[in-house]
Design a protein. Structure first.
Lengths: 321, 443
């Protein structure tokens, strides 16, 4: 039996891989930037994670894929949608979370999770790149600023401007026009992030606002996006350490469930394991057949049955056994 | 926990065989329409409500705008009409039924009108519609509907007589209001019925003949029976597996809504017999029914077969829908064949979108309970906002009242460019995964 499982999020702009051991601990993870749904990018991400873990692909008991390219991954045993995997991963990262906001490269989604951690309802951007990582990417290019600096620059905004278009292309036109009017990049970028926050708020409204709220996806690493969304929601966002791997983690966890179910006979829980250890220790401490209760044991050499109450108690126990 | 949606095997919808008859009936009907001018018939263009029995009884050839656009889309021949309409200045956000039909009107004027000098391509159905001799506007809930008729009138040089029937929105705000009851309902029903009698006078003016009421009564007796047969067949789809799907009922819209009355009763008798036979033998509309879904939204006419097969591959039987189960003579008990006008008015009024949201939602939730659905797939039609407006409320009610998830995808009635396949796939798969994980949690 293999001792690890792998989850791969084959996204639109990045590929993420998570390797878990059979107890569900993260052994390795990696994020690879790539072009649109690139096979090379996802292979790189898987290779990086395997190298970090010191494992080979053949060591994986189960591989589960998610993301836009989920059906394209030959190594995957199964594939699941981003909704299911992000919800599972986010709740694993933040137990008790009831709402997951995930803003990825190509889509943004809000997932309402019930008390069992199951998807209750979800809403996604329906029409265009509105409110997604792609929206930020296009507008970062328009203001000639690196994607990494985008958030910090936007946080310096002083004047409130408005980007009304939700279409990335038309919003780019608006940005260029605001810059042409002489507004500083900081204020323009503040408006861009405020637009994303309003769009996210709309999605939250569709599934119902409730907390705790966890934010995942690459955009969760952008401090301005977090700031404006928190402001719009009037609620704090909980940010996992590695928000962009939530989908891959969810995929790996689902793979782990699947692998465990298939090999149930080979798995025992920690509790069962401990109980067996204790039993074995007790068995060693007494005569054969006593099962840890020496007083009840029949001494094979004496061959004298117990009497009275003791006999009756033993009979009951034997019947149960 | 294995909640994977089944892999996309090459499964196909098990369509009702009897619905093939609908295809022939539709073809015969449009052939009749295309010949009508040459046969010296008066032509009436109308949209929305099924006033066709009034016209058919008077021997007027009836042309339903949405039906022609839907037929073009189903045959994947809608693009020319839509391009022509855009050239004329009708933007892409305009109802694509209207845009397609207006493109046909413009083509008709260009290629069929007097002194056009152009040579029409006989394979192109865009130009083939005979020009109207009259227009009757009788549209519930949709503001575009009336404007569409006005635009048609302009295309034909404002020379075509128009009669307008006003179908008021049912507000249901009074304490006694409800579905088919209350003061407002009765008052509105009478108001529309009075207008229908005036419409008959208009028809008499156009034909120059007294109106043949006996023919209308006979036709409405047939429609009432056809409607009862249709509803009986639909009700049998509470069986598991469901013997027929939403897509079978979509194909059956034309027979109940706008085809010549003569063949309609026979059609639904045949359909009902097949449905009964399937229930008896346990044959389902999808090969392996695992999920039962409700479809909220108007149809993507260029995707009917495509969507039917897609859901079959997901082992999902789409068992009921707002579009099919809440429209098209859906209250036959209201029709008195001896005196049919009031009941016709009332059936026009209960077009599913013409109710206040609480009534609409209550009816939809009732269908979801009746057909025991596991989830709701919502088609937000890009150019039919009237149908789309209440959909967030419907999804919210489904979640709150029934605890079922929904997934929404954007598409359109006849403009394929608004449909995005991968978005539908992801959303439906996510919903099915959610349904599956809940089942496993309960088990």
């Amino acid at each position: 039996m293999n001792r690890h499982v792998m989850g791969v999020d084959f996204g639109s702009t990045t590929a993420k891989t998570v390797i878990l051991d059979l107890s569900g601990n993260i052994v390795a993870h990696s994020v690879a930037h790539m072009g649109a749904v690139s096979g090379d990018g996802v292979k790189q991400s898987m290779k990086d994670a395997l190298e970090e873990a010191g494992l080979a692909q053949s060591d994986m008991g189960r591989v589960v894929a998610t993301g836009y390219g989920r059906r394209m991954l030959d190594e995957a045993d199964k594939n699941y949608t981003e909704i299911t995997c992000h919800a599972r991963g986010a709740v694993a990262m933040v137990p008790g979370a009831r709402l997951v906001i995930d803003i990825g490269g190509q889509d943004s989604k809000v997932i309402s999770v019930d008390s069992n951690g199951l998807v209750a309802q979800f809403a996604m951007n329906d029409r265009c790149a509105a409110g997604t990582g792609k929206f930020l990417e296009v507008l970062a290019r328009a203001v000639e600023i690196g994607l990494e600096e985008l958030g910090d620059t936007a946080l310096q905004a002083r004047e409130k401007l408005k980007i009304s278009s939700m279409c990335a292309t038309f919003a780019e036109t608006e940005v260029i026009s605001l810059l042409a009017e002489g507004h500083p990049k900081t204020d323009v970028l503040g408006a861009v992030h405020a637009a994303i926050a309003m769009r996210t708020l709309g999605l939250v409204g569709r599934v119902g606002k409730k907390g705790p709220v966890v934010m995942t996806g690459g955009v969760a690493k952008n401090p301005a996006a977090v700031h404006y969304i928190q402001q719009a929601l009037e609620m704090p966002l909980i940010l996992p350490k590695t928000p962009q791997i939530a989908g891959a983690l969810g995929a790996a966890l689902i793979g782990l469930d699947d692998y465990r179910a298939e090999n149930k006979h080979l798995f025992i829980s920690e509790h069962e394991d401990m109980a067996r250890e204790e039993q074995m220790a007790a068995d060693k401490a007494c005569i054969p057949g006593c099962r840890g209760v020496p007083e009840l044991a029949v001494d094979p050499f004496e061959k004298q049955p117990p009497k009275g109450k003791l006999k009756s108690l033993l009979g009951t126990i034997q019947n149960h056994i | 926990m294995n909640i994977a949606v089944p892999p996309m095997e090459d499964k196909k919808a098990n369509k009702l065989k009897s619905t093939r008859i609908a295809g022939k009936l539709v073809n015969d009907y449009w052939e009749m329409v295309w010949r009508a001018k040459e046969e010296g018939k008066l032509i009436c263009w109308y949209e929305g409500s099924a006033i066709n029995p009034f016209l058919e009884a008077a021997d007027i050839c009836w042309v339903h705008g949405e039906a022609y656009s839907a037929m073009l889309a189903a045959r994947h021949q809608e693009e020319t009409a839509q391009r022509v309409a855009e050239e004329r200045g009708y933007m892409r956000e305009l109802c694509s039924y209207a845009r397609t039909h207006l493109g046909c009107a413009v083509s008709n004027q260009r290629l069929r009108g007097d002194n056009s000098g152009a040579t029409p391509d006989d394979d192109d159905l865009t130009w083939k519609l005979p020009a109207p001799d009259m227009i009757i506007s009788a549209y519930a809930y949709c503001s575009t509907g009336q404007q569409w008729d006005e635009m048609t009138s302009r295309v034909f040089g404002k020379k075509v007589p128009i009669f307008n029937v006003s179908l008021p929105w049912i507000w249901a705000s009074k304490p006694d209001a409800g579905y088919l009851r209350g003061h407002e309902w009765h008052e509105t029903s009478d108001y529309v019925a009075r207008q229908l009698y005036d419409m008959v006078k208009f028809i008499e003016e156009q034909t120059g003949k007294p109106y043949p009421w006996d023919r209308l009564r006979a036709m409405m007796a047939d429609i009432k029976r056809a409607s009862e047969l249709r509803l009986e067949a639909m009700d049998l789809c509470t069986a598991q597996p469901a013997p027929a799907s939403f897509f079978d009922w979509v194909v059956s819209i034309a027979p109940i809504n706008n085809l010549p009355v003569a063949g309609v009763k026979d059609y639904f008798e045949t359909v009902l017999a097949e449905v009964k036979q399937r229930v008896a033998s346990g044959e389902g509309a999808v090969p392996d029914e695992k999920y039962r879904l409700f479809f909220d939204g108007i149809m993507n006419w260029n995707k009917v077969g495509w969507l039917a097969n897609k859901f079959a591959r997901y082992d999902a039987a789409v068992v009921a829908g707002r579009y099919t189960h809440m429209a098209f003579w859906q209250e036959p008990d209201l029709i008195d064949p001896k005196n049919p006008v009031l009941g016709m008015a009332q059936n026009y009024l209960i077009c599913p979108n013409n109710h206040a949201a609480p009534i609409l939602i209550e009816l939809i939730m009732g269908l979801c309970r009746k057909f025991q659905v596991d989830g709701m797939v919502i088609h937000a039609s890009r150019t039919c906002r009237a149908f789309t407006n209440p959909q967030f409320m419907i999804a919210e009610a489904a979640q709150r009242q029934l605890g079922i998830p929904s997934s929404m995808f954007e598409g359109d009635v006849t403009d394929e460019s608004f449909y995005k396949d991968e978005l539908l796939n992801s959303r439906v798969e996510a919903m099915l995964e959610a349904i599956e994980s809940r089942r496993m949690a309960v088990a």
